[in-house]
Design a protein around this ligand. Structure first.
Ligand code: SAH
Ligand code: SF4
Length: 338
């Protein structure tokens, strides 16, 4: 609203025009400035010279048998991102992407293998929320799609402001999670905003030796640096932190790893989310069998660390964690459009 007030002022429009524009954009969801019929023709023309409004519809929606829907958005020629709609009993979550590709090159992740193409603007992130047919039913957002949100810091923050604005889409910040692979500079900056979102840290290893092997970001900011930033973050925000831990057979799933993890996380008010590693074409990582996954969880709990196992959703449509990837034009033309 404050930004639209500045626009109204710059255009010589009356003060109340900002609220009118906000309503046209976020409530009535117009696709052109011409449709804002309570603004004068002169002002609509002037606005159109400098601004655009609208919706970029998904080019494809693939339905999983578990209710999850993966939407594909075209950013520009040859550049696509995915967003995943995840309905549940009394809520509906959208997992949004923040970049086309990613620079972080995590060994277990399809997006990481694709390399980096572009940052999304705040508008392009918001559009994923705004443009899907289920938009009005969304209650939660997770910034856990393609890309590293803290490597696209300003646009991610702007997105959080827009999606949570009570005059706009009005998703409470407490219903939003942001996941990072461990960009310590970004965690420090985020702490300055002191937002009541949930910060998720993709930890995936209890020590630097394992983490260096699977997550190159650890060579820049090791686990000590990362966890010290988390402790500082928690001091400021007093929010519980969520640690993601993708269990990979033979790599990070031993009893010793569970014990080490508990020691590392001592003193941080947190929750561990165990993700059975999802298969991706590009590597040979496997998830442990169900018994081993439950044993790992029980070990953490017996040592006093709160841990849950994440359900795998959308696996049949490659929409689970680490399976999102930008599409080439050829792949899209060969795909079924629902
Ligand atoms: N780039 C951010 C946001 C993406 S969140 C981040 O990495 O945190 C996606 C989550 O899925 C991250 O926790 C990521 O580490 C995890 N992930 C990636 N590949 C995976 C795979 N093959 N199996 C399970 N989880 C995976
Ligand atoms: Fe990027 Fe996250 Fe995938 Fe790592 S897991 S490559 S940070 S999207």
């Amino acid at each position: 609203l404050a930004e639209l007030q500045a626009v109204a002022k710059e255009m010589g429009m009356p003060g109340f025009a900002a609220r009118q524009m906000m309503e046209w954009v976020y409530v009535r969801r117009v696709r052109s400035i011409d449709e804002m019929t309570n603004l004068s023709l002169k002002h609509r023309e002037a606005l159109s010279q400098q601004y655009e409004v609208g919706i970029s519809d998904p080019v494809e929606g693939i339905h999983s048998k578990d209710g999850t829907i993966k939407y594909l958005f075209k950013i520009r020629e040859g550049q696509f991102v995915e967003a995943v709609y995840i309905p549940d009993d009394n809520r509906a979550t959208l997992c949004v992407s923040s970049q086309v590709g990613c620079k972080m090159h995590c060994a277990f992740c399809t997006t990481g293998r694709q390399g980096f193409s572009a940052h999304l603007t705040a508008g392009e992130i918001l559009n994923q929320f705004y443009a899907i047919p289920e938009s009005a039913s969304l209650t939660n957002v997770v910034m856990m799609g393609m890309g590293e949100p803290l490597d696209n810091f300003d646009n991610s923050i702007q997105f959080l402001k827009l999606v949570s604005d009570e005059n706009g889409l009005n998703i409470g910040l407490r219903h939003i999670s942001l996941s990072t692979s461990g960009v310590v500079s970004g965690i420090k900056r985020l702490a300055e905003y002191n937002l009541p979102i949930t910060l998720s840290i993709s930890l995936h290893a209890p020590n630097d030796e394992i983490r260096n092997r699977t997550m190159p970001v650890n060579k820049k900011w090791n686990i000590d640096a990362l966890l010290s930033a988390c402790r500082e973050y928690q001091k400021v925000t007093t929010r519980r932190i969520s640690f993601e831990y993708a269990l990979i057979e033979g790599i990070n799933d031993s009893d010793a790893c569970a014990k080490e993890l508990v020691t590392r996380l001592k003193g941080i008010m947190c929750h561990v989310n165990l993700i059975p590693a999802n298969p991706v074409k590009e590597n040979t990582f496997k998830k442990p069998d169900r018994k081993a996954i439950i044993a790992f969880q029980k070990k953490l709990e017996s040592l006093g660390l709160n841990a849950t196992i994440r359900r795998t959703l959308g696996a049949d449509i490659d929409a689970s964690c680490g399976q999102l990837k930008k599409k080439t034009k050829e792949e899209i033309e060969g795909a079924t459009i629902c």
